[in-house]
Design a protein around this ligand. Structure first.
Ligand SMILES: [Mn+2]
Length: 343
């Protein structure tokens, strides 16, 4: 064990030799500072929430002060995670922290606006997204690895190099983050490393059924009824499958817009589907239709969305349009068929 200048024993948290330089540097910053503010991206997901909770709890075990801020509310599905009630949506006054830890925020547009009112001595960025080409987040220390399935995987790699192994509660947060970011270990970012880390986390005694029930196995009654309404509208046009949700269906199911999340994915289950879509009235904007587009393989629905002023990702994009739903469907289908030919 190292000794500091006064000759006292130094509680050195860096356990292993030969660890990657960015991990070592981050552990040194953790060790040498006392107050931390952790924040993930706006509209938080399972990875951002789980990673922040695990890191905050872990730092507190080391005797540090760690706060978590999320400017947007944490989705209800993650309310079972230990410590979630401590996540604040703002920090009052003009506080100062020794260290700001930004989780998976490659670009300033992903960081909550509250950050501007807070002073930091230094900023650490931990991320698994490609470096931003817009306004990249500036940090003093960074651990960025695009091969990581999730930010959680990187947090775990940092923790594993210190003597404080994540406890069962922290492991539950990290495991949930990996499960959600890999789509239950089914997406292309699932690697031997992410599986190995999940296995080590399971070794702490996590209840995997609890994770499943909270995130995937529970749906609000209004959401289930809305799904039923949508499924009855399924239509096929070659390799394009689509469904509709009208205002009347929302009212019948006593549903809100958020109950429609994930519904589009059911259209993708029809055999032979290459592009799938959901056309949904927007409850808060009468006359407006939200169009969600999804695709498999080489088919780019982002280009199709761009034709209508929308955008998103290669395999998942969308846009909003004013007009009767059936007119919009008539305009959109030819563009989807073009996308199939180009794919
Ligand atoms: Mn992530």
């Amino acid at each position: 064990m190292k000794r500091n200048r006064k000759g006292q024993k130094k509680n050195n948290i860096i356990r292993k030799k030969g660890i990657a330089a960015p991990v070592k540097k981050i552990l040194e910053v953790f060790e040498e500072n006392r107050t931390f503010l952790i924040s993930g991206h706006i509209r938080p997901d399972g990875d951002t929430v789980g990673s922040a909770l695990a890191l905050a709890s872990w730092l507190e075990k080391m005797g540090k002060k760690a706060h978590i801020v999320s400017s947007d509310p944490v989705p209800e599905a993650y309310s079972f995670l230990p410590g979630v009630e401590k996540i604040r949506n703002t920090v009052p006054g003009n506080p100062a922290y020794d260290v700001g830890v930004l989780l998976e925020c490659p670009d300033m547009t992903r960081v909550g606006a509250f950050i501007k009112s807070i002073k930091f001595d230094k900023i650490i960025s931990i991320d698994h997204h490609p470096v931003s080409t817009g306004r990249p987040v500036k940090s003093d220390f960074a651990l960025v690895d695009q091969r990581a399935s999730s930010c959680s995987e990187l947090i775990y790699m940092i923790m594993r190099c210190a003597p404080y192994f994540p406890d069962r509660k922290e492991a539950l947060c990290l495991y949930t983050a990996i499960v959600t970011d890999t789509g239950r270990f089914q997406q292309a970012n699932t690697t031997p490393r992410s599986m190995n880390i999940a296995a080590e986390l399971l070794g702490t005694g996590i209840d995997t059924v609890e994770v499943y029930r909270n995130i995937y196995g529970t749906k609000r009654e209004s959401s289930l009824k809305l799904l039923g309404q949508a499924l009855c509208t399924l239509q096929r046009e070659g390799a394009v499958s689509y469904m509709k949700l009208t205002r009347g269906m929302y009212e019948e199911a006593r549903a809100q817009q958020q109950d429609a999340e994930e519904i589009v994915n059911y259209a993708g289950m029809a055999p032979g589907t290459k592009i799938y879509a959901l056309f949904s009235e927007i409850m808060s904007s009468p006359g407006k239709i939200k169009v969600s587009l999804r695709s498999y393989g080489n088919i780019n629905v982002n280009a199709a969305a761009a034709v209508f002023g929308g955008g998103g990702h290669f395999h998942a994009s969308g846009f909003e349009m004013t007009g009767p739903m059936d007119d919009i469907i008539k305009q959109v289908l030819p563009e989807l068929k073009k996308a199939l030919i180009n794919g």
